[in-house]
Ligand binder design. Sequence first.
Ligand code: NAP
Length: 249
Amino acid sequence: MSDDVVLITGGGRGIGAATARLAAARGYRVCVNFRTDEASAAGVVDEIRAAGGTAIAVRADVSRSTEVDRLFQAVDQQLGTLTALVNNAGTLEKQCRLDELDEERLTRIWAANITGPFLCAAAAVRRMSTRYGGSGGAIVNVSSAASRIGSPNEYVDYAASKGALDSMTRGLALEVAAEGIRVNAVRPGLIHTDIHAQGGEPGRVDRVGPQLPMGRGGRPEEIAEGILWLLSPAASYATGAFIDLAGGR
Ligand code: NAP
């Protein structure tokens, strides 16, 4: 049994669930965090256990520091020393123009997509950094092609939140590069998950996919492969790096 322990925020559905399954298959003990959808998170944990792996599901809103503290304590107590964090949890809201956005929506988007990854990264650094007596580790942020494209007429707020995550990826990577922690990001393009329904267009990937350079949307499993590579020793010299997994978009 490997000593690797990974916490995947928003690991019950979509890209997070695919990452949880692949991590377990590669020998990680896995914490599947969720905020509301307990049944999906429990389903992923059941699948991993049925295949002989070790996994737990823990409810926490990653934008709340008390809940993040509780989440990381559950990992400490039930899985052991954290070696990997995937900041995957993220959200978007109905497609609209920037001049239609209100303060409440902006607060929700910044909380889930920026504050959440910051709080989780901080908790991970306090456990992994050699500065705190830790043995190192790896963090992967799940950003988006939106940070490069800006998502006009859809969700500039979401795109900007991923821009902030890109900046955090660079800044934190440099801050902890000599403390045994690698920090990298993947930037998925259009991936078949439920997130597009939240934006008001469940069929968005099927509509836009054919216009992409590769002529199709991506599968969550194709993003999970990039995340697991960045977490692995095979990526030992990668930090502050971005992998664009967007079919050429
Ligand atoms: P998804 O299927 O909608 O899953 C989102 C996950 O995030 C859910 O498990 C949800 O938990 C969790 N979550 C949201 N807010 C949370 C919070 N405050 N605290 C804890 N968990 C929270 O979406 P997805 O497409 O897999 O997205 C995963 C990541 O990939 C996101 O960061 C997204 O921005 C990014 N991404 C997606 C695409 C795409 O085309 N799908 C493209 C680029 C980037 P519950 O299940 O409990 O609700």
